[in-house]
Design a protein around this ligand. Structure first.
Ligand code: ANZ
Ligand code: ZN
Length: 803
């Protein structure tokens, strides 16, 4: 074939790979293994987005390279198929979500296959398949049995438009992450997972893994470990103390008032003595309308009401100080109460200024009339009796000793991380395998009865009071207690979409196992995932959740590594041509099918890897796509200038070794764009030279194969090679041969440059001198002169001193 026609070759190779089981995971466990993982997609009705091929191609490159390097590679794909968009589509169009999901998966599969990924399709998984969610439910039961799944009445984030409870992580900027709707607090009985039990391990074990730094930082910040103290303040006339959490016990002498959360139980407990109880309740109602995010925003104008009838005593100096309520203190953090130190805390300072409360400086170094002085690394304690003169760090130690000794305070570690709200009042999710018995309480469905199948319902709409549609299925809900045989009700909430993805990488290891989520031997061979690439947006959601589940399974002896993923990297987004997010409403969505149809899958793959630094977002450019297609056209036409020689020619040898070195290391550091640039430069060099050996061409094909697998297999065949590229070995380079052997030196006469001369680095002075003296300009300058001395600075200058 004269012209490069992707249509004629891409499908052909996809069929060959499938027939030859080219990417099926090997059974030879004596080989080193490599488990490459990308986040499995949610099969939406829109089909594949051009954002998907970026990470998928990236790890396909790594996976293909590893196979050529002799590894047994597992690079799997599957479907994260439970979730709201499908359910919403089903509600609107009266089609069962199962049918919608099936259709969407078929479409996605076709699209992914057209891209030529080296997935082992025999290991495909689907979170909505009962054979899969059986194990999601099983893991949930293990969590329940260990007390890590519990039901709790608690205020949750409630999206008024989706009518569904949201995890903190799903509320972004105070609104619903999915629909942008208003999020309010609503008290509901919810299944919770005790991720907080793993807070320390989730931070500390980050030392064991190779994650890009910003991922580690945001996980640490999200967990928000904060070391401080709890301190009791006496309430005059009451037995009960007001307990607060502070990270700055050193500032106790500067506490001039207290603030409790509007939801604090003290208010209702002493409602009869509180003279302005109604004001407090009104304020509480206003606060309920705001999200935690809004309430704690620094810039927000402070509001609050002083409690009329209750005060507190500062334990360090016996002073009686007022108690206020304000929405900037959250009931869900610490003890829901603070001591306010306006001199050294910004929010307290704003509040004190607004309500004219006293500000007492206790750490010198700022101007507390102008602003709160929050620096803890400079300045010594003042106005603080026995703490005066100490640095903040030392004062913290001393006051803690003092408090502990007196029994009014102790060291306390708090976390921002909350337990994970695991209930969804929705249909399209895994049923939670628990029944509620009036006598026995919450009882697990026996493991032998798993999977607990999602029943067929008439309508998928959540009920108006926010119950799952399963609640309307009386026949299903009414059941008997597995424990006492008495009357019981099934749980009607389902699991969140994060459930199935919390352990999916484990199922890839042994997807057809019916005895366990995966066999022990298989787990031991394949764990941990060697390289996991995914979106930054999952850092504090899926990535953290799955680390938690894995650690739990590790503690139960069910997996053999403390961490699921050895390495985690992240890709940037692909934006529209105008640098805006691609969206239907903006009309700037690029459909991968169109690009494949017009230019071929290899061009799309090459382009998405060439588009820019992998970790940064990049704007789509049709010109860029065409450029990549031109590059592949040029690679194609090289077949016409290939000789039958296997060895590298002298004039290309250095360039060959340099290119192998560059591509090899750039792929490893995900610098795909510069790796491709190096191959483009090699191709330019090939054309400049005009004729290339077969050996040179084959090396190019091997290097390019992970990026553009179809064209390279086809060319390999065209030049008469018997095997396949995928069965070859990755090219090697010799370090010594990557170094340019020739240099250009300056030839000087009496210090003045007369000519430049290209020499080989290993040439001796005499040889260089002889060559220099043959140059016309040098000859002329030497004419009639006596050479007194010749100085040679190797590789740089030859200076001839004459008289
Ligand atoms: C007195 C103080 C003095 C504070 C000072 C800070 C600076 P992190 O680091 O986030 O843990 N706080 C405690 N519980 C709170 C709640 N439920 N809602 C809002 N704020 C709360 O912050 C801990 C600090 O946040 C605590 O230390 C407390 O204010 C406040 F110069 O206590 B601090
Ligand atoms: Zn019972």
């Amino acid at each position: 074939s004269e012209f490069y026609s992707p249509k004629d070759i891409e499908q052909k190779w996809q069929e060959i790979w499938e027939k030859e089981e080219a990417f099926k995971v090997g059974t030879d466990k004596s080989k080193p293994k490599f488990f490459a993982l990308v986040e499995f997609p949610y099969p939406s009705g829109q089909g594949l987005h051009v954002g998907h091929p970026r990470p998928y191609t990236a790890l396909d490159i790594i996976a293909r390279k590893r196979r050529l390097e002799g590894y047994n590679v597992l690079y799997p794909m599957g479907w994260d198929a439970f979730g709201l968009p499908t359910e919403n589509y089903a509600i609107k169009n009266h089609i069962h979500p199962k049918i919608v999901t099936k259709k969407n998966i078929e479409h996605f599969t076709e699209q992914l296959k057209a891209l030529g990924y080296s997935f082992d399709w025999d290991r495909e998984i689907n979170t909505t398949d009962p054979n899969y969610y059986k194990w999601t439910q099983w893991i949930f039961l293990q969590l329940f049995k260990k007390g890590l799944a519990y039901k709790s009445e608690m205020p949750i984030n409630w999206c008024t438009s989706c009518k569904v409870g949201l995890a903190n992580e799903e509320v972004v900027g105070g609104v619903c992450e999915r629909c942008g709707g208003e999020v309010v607090r609503k008290v509901k009985s919810q299944w919770m997972l005790k991720i907080t039990e793993y807070a320390d391990k989730l931070i500390d074990d980050l030392d064991m893994v190779d994650y890009i730094e910003k991922i580690k930082v945001s996980q640490v910040n999200w967990i928000g470990r904060s070391v401080g103290a709890e301190v009791d303040f006496k309430i005059p006339g009451k037995e009960e103390n007001l307990r607060i959490f502070t990270t700055r016990p050193d500032t106790l002498f500067g506490a001039t008032y207290m603030v409790i959360s509007p939801e604090h139980p003290l208010i209702d407990k002493y409602k009869d003595e509180i003279k302005n109880y109604t004001d407090l309740i009104n304020y509480r109602e206003q606060a309920a309308k705001k999200s935690d995010f809004e309430r704690t925003e620094l810039v927000k104008e402070k509001t609050g009401v002083v409690i009329n009838g209750l005060t507190a005593i500062n334990p360090v100096n016996g002073k009686e100080i007022p108690i206020w309520i304000s929405d900037y203190v959250l009931m869900t953090y610490g003890t829901g109460a603070i001591m306010a130190v306006p001199a050294h805390d910004e929010r307290d300072w704003d509040f004190a200024k607004k309500f004219n409360l006293p500000i007492i400086e206790v750490v010198a170094g700022g101007n507390v009339n102008e602003a709160a002085f929050t620096n803890t690394s400079t300045g010594k304690l003042v106005n603080s009796e026995f703490l005066n003169g100490l640095e903040v760090a030392d004062a913290k130690i001393k006051i803690l000793e003092w408090l502990t000794e007196k029994g009014i305070g102790y060291k306390k570690v708090n976390y921002k991380l909350r337990d994970w709200v695991f209930s969804r009042q929705r249909y399209w999710g895994e049923p939670i395998p628990i029944v509620h018995c009036e006598k026995c309480g919450y009882v697990p469905v026996p493991e032998s009865e798993l999977p607990l199948m999602l029943p067929e319902v008439e309508s998928y709409e959540p009920t108006d009071n926010g119950e799952s549609p399963l609640a309307a299925m009386t026949d299903w809900v009414e059941t008997t207690c597995p424990h006492c045989g008495g009357h019981a009700h099934r749980e009607t909430d389902t699991m969140p979409q994060w459930a199935g993805s919390s352990w999916y990488y484990l199922r890839y290891i042994d997807p057809h196992n019916s005895e366990a989520f995966a066999g022990k031997e298989e787990l031991e061979y394949w764990l941990p995932v060697d390289w996991y690439n995914g979106g930054m947006e999952h850092t504090t959601l899926h990535l953290l959740y799955s680390r938690f589940w894995h650690k739990f399974l590790y503690d139960q002896g069910l997996v053999n590594t403390p961490e699921p993923y050895k390495k985690r990297t992240s890709h940037g987004m692909i934006l529209g041509e105008n640098n805006e997010k691609m969206s239907k409403s903006r009309g700037n969505v690029v459909n991968p099918d169109d690009i494949i149809g017009e230019f071929g899958a290899d061009t799309l793959r090459t382009y998405e890897m060439f588009i820019g630094a992998f970790d940064l977002s990049a704007a789509w450019s049709n010109e860029g796509v065409k450029g990549c297609r031109r590059f592949l056209d040029r690679v194609w036409k090289l077949k016409d200038i290939v000789t039958s020689e296997e060895a590298y020619s002298d004039n290309l040898e250095t360039k060959m070794h340099q290119t192998i070195k560059k591509v090899t290391s750039d792929f490893e550091s995900m610098k795909f764009n510069t790796a491709i640039a190096a191959m483009m430069s090699l191709v330019n060099e090939f054309y400049r030279v005009g004729s290339i050996t077969k050996g040179e061409f084959k090396t190019l094909l091997l290097l390019l194969n992970p990026v553009a697998p179809h064209i390279t297999e086809e060319l390999w065949q065209i030049i008469g090679e018997k095997g396949r590229v995928y069965q070859e070995t990755w090219p090697v380079y010799e370090e010594a041969k990557t170094i340019e052997n020739t240099v250009e030196i300056a030839v000087q006469i009496n210090g003045k440059v007369k000519a430049n001369l290209t020499i080989s680095l290993d040439e001796k002075q005499e040889e260089v001198e002889t060559k220099a003296k043959e140059l016309d300009s040098v000859k002329a300058a030497l004419n009639g002169k006596n050479v007194m001395k010749v100085i040679y600075v190797p590789g740089r200058i030859l200076n001839i001193v004459v008289k």
